[in-house]
Design a binder for this molecule. Structure first.
Ligand code: MGD
Ligand code: MGD
Ligand code: MO
Length: 782
């Protein structure tokens, strides 16, 4: 395909925009070589499934083949703009190595045989060991209808608590922090806030690479006549960091001390909206006590910053009139994740920065449909943001499903993914059905994950669209249809739902995930309390209607959003523009809340009584936390801190983007980012092959000398083994990452841990890392 322009220039032409003005449209189009827009026979409405932005687009088809995409200029999310993965990613659908037929024990099988084997094993285990021998590990990349069906099967049919999504690795902390501060999940802010804010804070969020279209929006404000001041908190010199008013390149893992210190200054300098705090929050006294010791000097020293930097950040936050914050993995995958994310909520509460234009808070999502995994309760929560510890909520669900409440496991929290894998390891879970996720590359400590999935006694079902490191370890592999080949809705990070319609037939015998789950429910004979089928739907829209009924009266109420509405010009937000206007927090009321909250340090549940005593009327909760030292600090043996993450060109374990020539060529292999000082100290030059070793494993790759903070090492986690047979196990970042998680959200710590780096040999030219992103050579950006 031509037009590598948008590979070299991921963000395209800017449209500088003044405060309060609408964002001008820009129509981005990418078609296969030789195809013009006039050749396209049909355009089918959808949105991007390669990040959480929800960039709306139409799929172009000719003779039943996808030939390109164009952005939808009428859509509120992107006004026609598309990022590099949006523009080029569709090519993966037609890869020659799609999974086309089910396999059982590695041999091709009919659907009848494969699903028969899955249902037989499930039934046998249920009879022998009961529902807790059955586990499901799903995704943030399916459609709402599919998660809802899976949640129905697991919770109301099989009755197992062991259902979670890879959202545990992704946005468990976002959901948890929203619950801990506001009583329920749900993003308070709106993308529109970018156009109204006068200060923008990016907390551990490399937005330019991970939500390029949202960055285009921010960049247009930053290039406009009355730009907001920009704060970036990230140990790397990301593209936003290079244009920030204040860039805090803090020592990795020190987010919580920073936030405690910033709140200390907000309070000490009187930058607090006392009227808002008094009228709408609880917990202020505890918070003041917790931040009191965090003087600027102590904070600066804990974070490896200067006092002036800490003060400049506090001044930016304290003197603006409309603050917008976004938070992502630099917080969620780092130590004390939930405690930190709650402190960012505190900043917005202290400053009265919620529920009005420009005062926007987004505890970001990462995956395209992570929001729906959480809403439908496929994530280790109950559907509709219901509280497992509130019997009334369980009763409501029992009515929705027409089952006895005792069927729905609720004597403890639903099992988180880390615990699901532990139970597989020790043998109490004997059946694990993995859908649309690749844990053999994306979970921490891969040697352990390979050992778990490789056990004889564990029956593994893997439902994917490509052969992966995980399908290679599965007993049964089910070929799925994906985006463009099936229909369903998904919801982005500012609560905007889009309908993604089927444009082409699935390849071979591949079936939609919905069809597969519905088939399983039928084979298992799952029934409601009147003996009728539990899953009463087959088609996506029927599934959606059932989900709408379940969502009624809850924060994520979809009853007013129909498929027909979503076929209109733009995606539609649930909950309106912004949540929590006028300082009202209805979902924090003890009868409505999704959680009775937890202790932010230990994760210990507070319980219904404790919650009611603390927050009887349902106000926002200012949450206090104390800092605890990291569990794996740098030591003389392992003197550098490891951070892992992403580049703009690849998606996760690269099963899709690695099969797209333009994207693969832009970042063809793994690299290791080092600061100039750390490289010099080890005699390492750009492109030299280095060895990164942690207490778990090793990665060998060429070095990029980049703008990462001294003392930190960055490794992208995109590179597994499917396209590198014979490469040993020294390529994937998760060989290095240890098994550890946040006590409150149970999200693993992918941005923590100590490593050592040594030079192996000279390289052959520069590292295979992108040149125009956070990974740019330090020499080039100066
Ligand atoms: N191109 C692309 N886009 C994607 C994805 C993708 O794979 N590729 N995946 C999607 C998904 S699922 C997700 S979850 C999002 C993730 O989106 P992001 O969170 O933006 O991406 P990451 O690269 O994981 O991490 C963000 C930043 O955290 C910084 N960081 C590391 N340690 C710390 C720390 O201790 N404190 C602070 N403040 N910052 C730290 C890193 O330097 C990094 O720049 O992206 C989504 N969009
Ligand atoms: N070291 C490190 N590890 C990380 C992270 C990090 O920053 N650092 N980030 C974490 C985060 S935030 C995330 S979200 C995870 C992502 O981790 P994964 O979910 O494991 O990553 P993906 O490569 O997106 O895997 C999705 C799988 O679903 C398949 N698939 C795609 N579409 C469909 C479909 O429609 N149906 C079915 N059945 N299958 C489909 C894809 O081929 C792919 O194999 O990784 C986590 N792991
Ligand atoms: Mo994610």
């Amino acid at each position: 395909m031509t037009a590598p322009g948008r590979i070299d220039d991921p963000w395209g032409t800017a449209s500088p925009t003044p405060r309060g003005a609408p964002w001008p449209p820009r129509r981005d189009v990418q078609l296969a070589d030789g195809v013009g827009e006039e050749d396209v026979q049909a355009w089918t409405q959808t949105a991007s499934l390669l990040h959480s932005d929800g960039d709306a687009m139409d799929i172009a088809t000719i003779d039943g083949r996808i030939v390109g995409v164009r952005g939808r200029t009428e859509d509120r999310v992107n006004r026609g703009r598309l990022g590099p993965k949006d523009l080029f990613g569709w090519q993966a659908n037609a890869s020659p190595d799609r999974l086309l037929t089910p396999t059982v024990a590695g041999r091709p099988a009919s659907w009848q045989e494969a699903m028969g084997a899955v249902a037989d094993r499930c039934r046998t285990l249920l009879a022998e060991y009961g529902p807790t021998s059955i586990g499901f590990y799903t995704s943030g990349q399916l459609f709402a209808e599919e998660y809802w069906t899976l949640a129905t099967i697991a919770r109301a049919g099989i009755g197992t608590p062991h259902l979670d999504g890879n959202t545990r690795l992704c946005t468990a902390t976002a959901g948890e922090a929203l619950k801990e501060s506001f009583g329920s999940d749900g993003q308070p802010g709106s993308y529109e806030d970018v156009h109204h804010c006068d200060a923008l804070a990016l907390w551990g969020h490399n937005v330019a690479e991970t939500q390029p279209v949202l960055w285009m929006r921010m960049r247009d404000r930053l290039l406009g006549p009355d730009r907001p001041r920009l704060l970036v908190v990230d140990p790397r010199r990301t593209v936003p960091a290079r244009v920030a008013d204040v860039h805090l390149a803090l020592r990795p893992g020190t987010n919580l001390p920073l936030l405690l210190g910033l709140q200390h200054l907000l309070i000490a300098r009187g930058w607090v909206d006392r009227a808002y705090v008094d009228a709408h929050t609880v917990g202020g006294a505890d918070l003041e006590a917790a931040v009191a010791p965090w003087t600027p000097e102590r904070t600066a020293s804990a974070c490896g910053l200067t006092v002036a930097e800490v003060e400049a950040a506090a001044e930016l936050l304290g003197t603006c009139e409309a603050l917008m914050s976004t938070v992502l993995q630099g917080v969620y995958q780092a130590p004390q994740a939930t405690a930190t994310a709650c402190q960012i909520n505190n900043v917005h509460l202290l400053r009265g920065m919620l529920g009005r234009p420009g005062a926007g808070l987004l505890q970001m999502n990462g995956q395209p449909s992570a929001q729906n995994t959480r809403e439908t309760g496929a994530n280790g929560d109950l559907p509709g943001f219901r509280n497992w510890a509130n019997l009334d909520h369980v009763q409501e669900l029992a009515e929705v499903w027409n089952v006895d409440p005792s069927v729905i496991p609720h004597d403890g929290p639903p099992t988180d993914a880390m615990e699901i894998f532990r139970r597989c390891e020790e043998g109490s879970i004997r059946f694990l059905w993995i859908s649309a996720t690749n844990p053999a590359v994306s979970l921490p400590e891969l040697a352990r994950i390979r050992a778990i999935l490789g056990q004889e006694r564990l029956f593994v079902v893997a439902q994917d669209i490509f052969p992966t490191e995980t399908t290679a370890l599965a007993d049964v592999v089910l070929p799925a249809a994906t985006w463009g080949e099936k229909t369903g809705i998904f919801t982005n990070a500012d609560r905007t739902a889009h309908l993604s319609e089927q444009a082409v037939d699935p390849p071979g015998e591949a079936r939609s995930d919905l069809e597969i789950f519905v088939d399983f429910a039928g084979r298992m004979g799952l029934k409601d309390r009147d003996g009728r089928p539990l899953v009463t739907w087959r088609e996506p829209e029927e599934a959606y209607r059932a989900w709408q009924r379940c969502s009624a009266g809850r924060p994520c109420d979809y009853t007013a959003i129909s498929y027909e509405d979503l076929r209109g010009a733009s995606g539609v937000q649930w909950g309106g523009d912004r949540l929590y206007a006028d300082g009202r927090f209805p979902w924090a009321h003890p009868d409505a809340c999704e959680t009775y909250t937890k202790d932010l340090v230990t994760g210990e549940p507070v319980g219904a009584e404790g919650y009611r005593a603390r927050n009887p009327e349902g106000r926002a909760m200012l949450r206090a936390a104390t800092h605890v030292p990291p569990r794996e600090p740098a030591t003389p043996d392992h003197p550098l801190l490891l951070i892992t993450g992403r580049t703009v060109y690849h998606f996760h374990t690269r099963t899709k983007t690695g099969r797209v020539p333009e994207l693969q060529a832009a970042a063809p292999d793994v690299w290791v980012e080092l600061s100039p000082a750390d490289a010099a100290a080890r005699g390492i030059a750009e492109g030299d092959v280095v060895r990164v070793t942690s207490r778990r494993g090793t990665v060998e790759a060429p070095a990029r000398i980049s703008g990462v903070r001294e003392g930190a090492v960055f490794v992208p986690f995109h590179y597994g083994y499917w396209d590198a047979p014979g490469r040993g196990h020294e390529r994937a970042a998760n060989e290095l990452v240890r098994t550890d998680w946040d006590a409150v959200s149970k999200q693993p710590l992918f941005k923590a841990g100590a490593v050592t780096v040594t030079r192996v040999r000279a390289g052959s030219g520069p590292a295979p890392a992108p040149m125009g992103t956070a990974s740019a050579p330090e020499a080039a950006i100066g």
